[in-house]
Design a protein around this ligand. Sequence first.
Ligand code: PAF
Length: 283
Amino acid sequence: MEIYSDKQQITCAIDGFKAKKLTVGMVPTMGALHEGHLQLVKKALAENDKVVVSIFVNPTQFDNKDDLLKYPRTLEQDVALLKTVSPNSIVVYAPTVEDMYGGNTVSQNFDFDGLEFEMEGRFRHGHFDGVGTIVKRFFDIVKPHRAYFGEKDFQQLAIIKKLVEKHDIPVQIVGCEIHRESNGLAMSSRNTRLSPEYKEAAPFIYKTLKAAKEKFGTKSATKVTEWVYEQFDKHDILELEYFLISDIDTLKPVKRKSKTKKYRAFIAVYANDIRLIDNIALN
Ligand code: PAF
């Protein structure tokens, strides 16, 4: 499997693919790969000749130093896992912080038409500027035909679509369904840091989302939201940071339901010091 950390080398490899008229898919990741990532990679492999998987823990999207320090870094294991999927069609791009930021580890400021101020934007200051900066840089280097992102980070997916639209980046953004453990917990690299007690408790998040979806059929968004807050108030160890029902296009919280609009429920929960997010389509 080809593995590059150097920008010149990956550019050269991509130029070679393009010269042979091969299509290039990209799966940007921060590593600690799990089955959810592999689903994105498999979809990308089905739709492209070559797939570049970037593995880079991007410092500018972390508003919490401790979270950045503790973020799992498992490059060897990640490469071994990718080899089991396809040793020949996957290219790993694992640059250093210096390669990507050249000694100036700061984000560019973006205007995502307000999408950046909702949900995660309220709680993780500067997060989406960091995501936008690194994803744009990756697209500039790799120039993929298609790029794949999971719906677990639904707001991120919406923001990347907006980034591409506003900056005229010639790449098709493909959103992929959330991949879950058998107990319903959305797959995340952060799950590896859950203690057994919190691992057992965490499926409560999806269970509550499913019940909220059911209730949304007959109750108002306010009533459903109150009900969810009550469930977490009663929970011994999980702490709810937010639960919101929002319009999927604007990501603004719904005030009054409309039959013509599509809604999704979004949640962020602390399992001790580990922040877990999830979401569910409601209609
Ligand atoms: O979703 C992630 O893992 C990251 O936010 C991304 C898109 C790789 C950018 O660092």
